[in-house]
Design a protein around this ligand. Structure first.
Ligand code: SAM
Length: 223
C-alpha cells in the first residue's frame, strides 16, 4: 500500500532533524525534493544514498501526474522542501491533496518550521494566531494589510530581508503607530536575533543595520 511521508528538514541548524525523520529518509524508496542539490547535501551529511527527484514550485502542477504514478508503484515516498515543513510556504499541498484523492495515505512528521519558534518566543499570545506567510508583493497587498489590521490574533508573516523595512513601514501605516511587532531573524543559526518594538523603532533599527538572512515577522493582534 503506497504512502507519502512529509519530512520536515532543518531551517538552519542541522541538529534539528528528528531521529524519525532520519529513519524515514533512510528507509524510503524515493525522495521528492524542492531542490535536489539542497536535499543531496543533507543526505550526504546524514550519510544516506537515495534517489532524489525534483518537485518544486515551478513544476509542481506539471509533474504531479508523474509523481503520482511513481508513488503508486512503490511502498513509501518522502517529500522534503529546502528547509522546514513542506506545504508551509513551500510546495506540498497539491501532492498531498492528489494523494488523498487517490486513496494514498499521507503522514506528516513533526519537525522544524520557522513560524512556531518565532511565534512562541515573540512574547505575543500564541494560543490563537493567524499564519499569513508571504504577503503578495503587488496586487492584493493593501487589501490583505487592511484585513490583517483588524485581526485580534497574533499575525505571523514571512518576509525577505530586502523587503523588511518597507514591510515594517507599511505595518505602521495600516496597523497603527502603537502596534507592537517582533522580527525573528536567522532562527536556529549563529546570528539568531529577535527585535521587538513599534514599526518606527524597528524601521530605524533596520535602516541602521540592514538585515541579512531569513525573517519571520510577528504582529501583536488588535487590542
Ligand atoms: N517551509 C518553511 C517552514 O516550514 O517554515 C518555510 C519556507 S519559505 C520558502 C522560507 C521563509 O521561511 C523565509 O523567507 C523566512 O520568512 C522563513 N524562514 C525560513 N527559515 C528561517 C529561519 N531560519 N529564520 C527565520 N525565518 C526563516
Amino acid at each position: 500500500m503506497a504512502k507519502l511521508i512529509i519530512v520536515p528538514t532543518p531551517i538552519g541548524n542541522l541538529e534539528d532533524i528528528t531521529l524519525r525523520s532520519i529513519r524515514m529518509l533512510r528507509e524510503t524508496e524515493l525522495i521528492f525534493a524542492e531542490d535536489t542539490r539542497v536535499c543531496n547535501r543533507l543526505l550526504q551529511h546524514l550519510e544516506i544514498r537515495k534517489t532524489v527527484i525534483p518537485f518544486h514550485a515551478h513544476n509542481e502542477h506539471k509533474t504531479l501526474q508523474s509523481a503520482m504514478d511513481r508513488i503508486k508503484s512503490i511502498e513509501t515516498a518522502v517529500l522534503v522542501s529546502d528547509a522546514g515543513t513542506p506545504g508551509i510556504s513551500d510546495p506540498g499541498f497539491l501532492l498531498v491533496r492528489e494523494c488523498l484523492a487517490n486513496g494514498i495515505e499521507v503522514e506528516c512528521l513533526p519537525g522544524p518550521t520557522a513560524f512556531v519558534p518565532a511565534l512562541v518566543a515573540s512574547g505575543f499570545p500564541c494560543d490563537k494566531f493567524v499564519f499569513e506567510g508571504f504577503l503578495p508583493h503587488k496586487k492584493g497587498r493593501q487589501t490583505r494589510l487592511q484585513v490583517l489590521a483588524e485581526e485580534e490574533r497574533t499575525v505571523v508573516l514571512y518576509e525577505s530581508p530586502h523587503r523588511l523595512v518597507k514591510c515594517l513601514a507599511q505595518l505602521g501605516e495600516f496597523f497603527g503607530a502603537e502596534r507592537q511587532i517582533c522580527v525573528a531573524r536567522e532562527l536556529t543559526k549563529l546570528h539568531e536575533e529577535y527585535k521587538r518594538g513599534t514599526s518606527q523603532e524597528l524601521v530605524s533599527y533596520y535602516e541602521a543595520h540592514p538585515p541579512k538572512g531569513e525573517i519571520v515577522i510577528l504582529v501583536q493582534g488588535k487590542l
